[in-house]
Design a protein around this ligand. Structure first.
Ligand SMILES: [Cu+2]
Length: 272
């Protein structure tokens, strides 16, 4: 059993890393998403492979070798195994080693090799993105839609989202009512939208195209409808789009509250 497991693991683990790894979610639409695909999900799946192989080999081996065969006798259990020192020790040592290594790996990736999008845990984030010029997009969640406010473009608020390719983007995520979660799946971003709180996530899109936006926190009756598509476009296309949005929403701009990092929810309106 051990030999079958060892050989199967040695063959399958590299296949999983090389063949399946690049296709794992969230994909490659941003630098941060690629990093999650390779250094988190591929590593975890690679570790999982020998464990899965062990379960399958044990199951298959038992099915074939311990088969009772054609008999009319009632099935008889084998003697229970008790106090197998080697099995107990190796189980504890191997599982503890795997868990501790992955905890260490996760901490290292987060704190020293920090390439995360920032999980939206607050206004200060862990990221390797240089502090230079970022496009700030305020994501405002409410039951049951997201709107987007651009403080660098006169505070215009849009109902759709376009962001420029190869340009650092900073999502400032907040909510007007209950807790939502801004999940831009292919960008590798998921940040909680909490009223009275500014949660930041950053991303550099590396591929043009469409990405999904979903609310990832049960937020009421139409939570399931709280989804949308965003677009990564070239910078000139973005410039044209944002200009058109400013023009489109100019008549209602005066009714919007002043741009602030958070808005205090008020019944019947959005007071700052
Ligand atoms: Cu929601």
């Amino acid at each position: 059993m051990f030999l079958i497991w060892l050989i199967a693991s040695l063959i399958l683990t590299p296949i999983v890393i090389i063949v399946i790894g690049p296709h794992l979610p969230p994909g490659h639409m941003s630098a941060e998403a690629s990093d999650q695909t390779y250094t988190a999900n591929t590593v975890l799946t690679a570790f999982m492979t020998p464990i899965l192989v062990a379960v399958v080999v044990f199951f298959g081996y038992s099915l074939i070798v311990f088969r009772q065969g054609n008999t009319t006798d009632p099935a008889v259990d084998a003697l229970p195994i008790k106090g197998n020192r080697a099995a107990q020790t190796s189980w504890i040592v191997v599982t503890v080693a795997i868990v501790l290594f992955l905890a260490g790996w996760g901490t290292y990736r987060l704190d020293w090799a920090d390439r995360g999008a920032g999980g939206g845990q607050g206004p200060t984030i862990v990221t390797a993105m240089p502090p230079g010029h970022r496009l700030v997009v305020q994501v405002i969640a409410q039951q049951w839609s997201f709107t987007y406010r651009f403080p660098q473009f006169g505070g215009v608020e849009t109902s759709s989202l376009e962001i420029p390719l190869n340009h650092p983007v900073q999502f400032d995520v907040t909510s007007l009512d209950v807790i939502h979660s801004f999940w831009a799946y292919e960008l590798g971003v998921k940040a909680d939208a909490v009223p009275g709180t500014q949660n930041i996530a950053v991303v550099t899109p590396t591929q043009a195209g469409t990405f999904q936006i979903r609310c990832a926190e049960l937020c009421g009756l139409f939570h399931g409808q709280m989804s949308d598509y965003g677009h990564v476009v070239t910078y000139p296309q973005f410039a044209t789009w944002i200009q058109a949005q400013q023009h489109l929403y100019a008549p209602i701009q005066k009714y919007l509250p002043k741009y602030t990092p958070i808005y205090n929810p008020q019944p019947g309106g959005r007071a700052t």
